[in-house]
Design a protein around this ligand. Structure first.
Ligand code: DGL
Length: 267
């Protein structure tokens, strides 16, 4: 069972930031990744639609024999994780709890900014999870819908991206945030430019690294960790294949994604 693959899914290739973090921390794990590129973006869709899509994504991964599922999409975690946990027996982890834990790990945290898709901000999932764990926090959620297309265009250091980031972030900086949560799987790619734009003392918390750490703890607790010495494999499945997605996958993984297979959901 421990050598069975981990299932990781996202609306597209952004969840590969989580894959990279998992590969770094748990190199022996075999990973089966599903990107629902045919129906991306999830960030602008209704909660009901996201719940249906996430359910189909999980069913696909379970049909492939995965031992656990990581919802590597903030929007899907925000809208669908509770219903997935209710429906399936298999361990399912989202990206919100680990991010919230990491944000609150610093005892001095007081003013938190959250940037994410409209769906994630509108769900208030982060705001509730933070407020439940610590009283007196000042939380500012900022929907940043233009960032995913800019990242997918590889405009990571483009003047337009800097300008848009400044427009989104200046109000948060004016409110004196001490922590900025990057609550979207695409955003870790913006860390270098964010570090330049934001005041030095603003702490960045991204969901990819924190999710991998949380996964390690959970797999250890459930005795599901693959402890073999060999390097694990990575199998990529996308619901829509195009050269663009292949190039993007390389950018997110920072290496060749290998052969990508076309996934057919609902079978
Ligand atoms: N993966 C989504 C998230 O983390 C961003 C892309 C989308 O909107 O589908 O919220």
């Amino acid at each position: 069972m421990n050598s069975a693959p981990l299932g990781i899914f996202d609306s597209g290739v952004g969840g590969l930031t989580v894959v990279r973090a998992v590969q770094e921390l748990l190199p022996a794990e075999n990973i089966l990744y599903l990107g629902d590129t045919a129906r991306l973006p999830y960030g602008s869709k209704s909660p009901e639609t996201i719940r249906q899509f996430a359910d189909e994504d999980v069913r696909f991964l379970i049909s492939k024999g995965v031992k656990a599922v990581v919802v590597a999409c903030n929007t899907a975690t925000a809208h669908a994780l509770p219903s997935l946990l209710e429906k399936y027996q298999i361990p399912i982890l989202g990206v919100i709890e680990p991010g919230v834990e990491a944000a609150l790990a610093s005892p001095n945290v007081q003013r938190i900014g959250i940037i994410a898709t409209r769906g994630t901000i509108g769900s208030h999932a982060y705001q509730h999870a933070l407020a439940l764990r610590k009283t007196g926090l000042i939380i500012h959620g900022q929907a940043t819908p233009l960032l995913v297309p800019l990242i997918e265009e590889n405009w990571l250091d483009h003047p337009a991206t800097r300008q848009i980031l400044k427009t989104y972030l200046d109000p948060l900086v004016e409110k004196g945030i001490d922590t900025l949560m990057l609550a979207c799987t695409h955003y870790p790619l913006l860390i270098p430019v964010l570090r330049e734009i934001l005041p030095q003392d603003v702490r960045l918390v991204d969901s990819a690294t924190t999710c991998a750490e949380h996964l390690k703890r959970e797999l250890t607790r459930l005795d599901l960790l693959d402890t073999s010495a060999r390097e694990g494999s990575l199998e990529l499945h996308l619901t829509d294949l195009s050269e663009e997605f292949e190039a993007l996958a390389r950018q997110f993984l920072k290496k060749s994604p290998g052969r990508i297979q076309r996934a057919i959901l609902g079978g």
